[in-house]
Design a protein. Sequence first.
Lengths: 490, 208
Amino acid sequence: MDVTQSSKSPSDWTEIDSSYRFPTLFLASKAVAWLLLGSIFSLIASIKMHSPSFLASCPWVTYGVMIPAALNAVVYGFALQGAFAALLWITMRLGQVKLVGPGYLFIGSALWNIGVLLGVIGIMAGHGSGHTYLEMPGFVSPILFAAYTLIGGIALVTFHKRQVRELYPSQWFIFAALYWFPWILTAGSYLLVMSPVRGVTQMIIGGWYASGLNVIVLGFVGIAIIQYMLPKLTKRDLHNGYLSLFSFWIIMLFGGFTGLLPGQSLPSWVGSLSAVCSVFVAFAWLVLAYNIYRTIGGVSGKSGGLSYKFIYFSAAAGLLSAVLTAWASRASVADVIQFTLFLPGLKWLHLYGFVGMGLLGCIHYFLPKITGIEWSRPAQWTAIFWTYAIGTSLVGIAFLVGGWKHGKGLIDPETPFMDVVREGIAPFVRMSTVGELLVFVAAALLCWNVTTLFCRTYCSCLCLGGLSQNKAGTSSETKKSQPKKSSKNK
Amino acid sequence: MSAKPKKTVHKKKHADEREPGVHQEPVPVLLFVILLLLAFWGMMYLHTNAGGFNRYVYGPFESYAMVSDVQPGSSDDPMKRGADVYKSICLPCHQSSGLGAPGQFPPLAGSDWVNVEGPNRMLRIVINGLSGPVEVNGQSWSGAMPGFGDLIASDEDLAAVITYVRNSWGNEASVCTPEEAALVRSESADRGRPWSSPELLNLSVEVQ
């Protein structure tokens, strides 16, 4: 059965797009700004790994502060915020529906950014909680939760009002992610930061939160993007919806328990269960990959343009990280990689390679569509893709290969410790610094491009009869302004 | 304002309107077969690697037995714990076989001091010691065993070693509880000298 959804006329589409113009620009420009900030923090931390005296006198930028600050800026500021922008857009496109309540979305996203900002400042001032992914001080969680209620609520109402009732697979993933996030955020921050449980249970909850956030919330948005964008860009239909359903349920059932690899100070059964679950998730990813392969097989990469490259990279990184996580969870492998850079490498691959790349591809594709303004310098976007892709790969390879060599050296009693440092760590850490530098350059270019697009859209709206009219967004006014703009294009 | 760009713009817009559809085909049976195999593998993996889902089993140990082997005296199992206490205190005299040494140390295996209903007399022997002539299974012994009440400071350990002796090498007698050990210990707190056989035989076998 084929469902081809193209009943709308171009003017309806512009109306839908314009309802979403400023909220998206806001979300997207703040997201890339957080990516830039996060990449600066992470670059500083990376330099400190081989040159500890760098900025050593300032307590706000010590290694132990920069790592969580970078992680939280990138996860909450960039990845989640970018995910909101992307999932709202996909919801509206697939449901052929206008954004409901853009004003609330504005308030929500402003609140979200305030929350993340306070959180990152809190971490830098030394009030971090010490639980990975939940380092932000306790008072931030209610702010984030309130902001999310608005943003997620808008997404759900918009989803509910959709005109096309049949669901495309990406929508299940988005829907699940929307519900999953508030649940893990409240449970996680309550049990770890506000009224902490004791001892070993903390680690279990921390791991559950981390995998829920990565594999289910961010992972599902990433998968939704891949499943939506690749067929869209190649003008194909998804090979088989039931295969997606199959993967969806497997990841839903097992994805939340993959974050506790063996080798941590936890009862063995926790790590073993986690290992089994991550094998299931890897299997689901292979099925997803097969489905995508059957969908886009035989298409030349060129036809999809630059966005295609972004999303393709994202899909490859997602598959690789799922498979590597499953491999790393074997007890024999976990013995080698514990206490090394291997796990940060996996995290990096997932967050920057899979989720980040997908979001950037989405932003690259849809911002010009919804603003009606093309990127002024497409060449810069090509540069962004390559610097980001090479940078991310360099860091990933450095951490994964370096971590493996480091671990092998550590468990071999014959190798002196300093040899391990000299051969197993130092060169790879330098390599990762180069990679992080490239990511920083990409983020800076990105920030510049998105911000200029924001300004140009803002100016063009002022020219087209005032921002107020556009914001009011009644259909007649939008339609009135629309011909003017297309006449400009002509 | 030529016609050419207008055309491309329009074309682009049109192409963008097309949302991807989705084919619905049955999921290959093979996937479910793989899923079942994975589930089977997962159960086998948990069987060998999950340490019986016991909360005391941490890596690198694989089972509870491995963990308790390296944790002397801190086991929950009184037999295991008692064996550790026995090894460290009683073994040099009564031997690991529980048979003692001819002419020097009487046997515990099959002893009529050990295989009685209650642990009262045995507890007192271990706490304060035993000296002078004593008849074990009809055979006379005359030696001296020092008390170990101070050395075995915890009531759990004391009870465990009694339980262990009463249930090893073919012995079959009741378990001694830490409460019984504590009671007898407090009763004999200010005795300060070893028991003699007649004194003990006047006492009941059960802890009261």
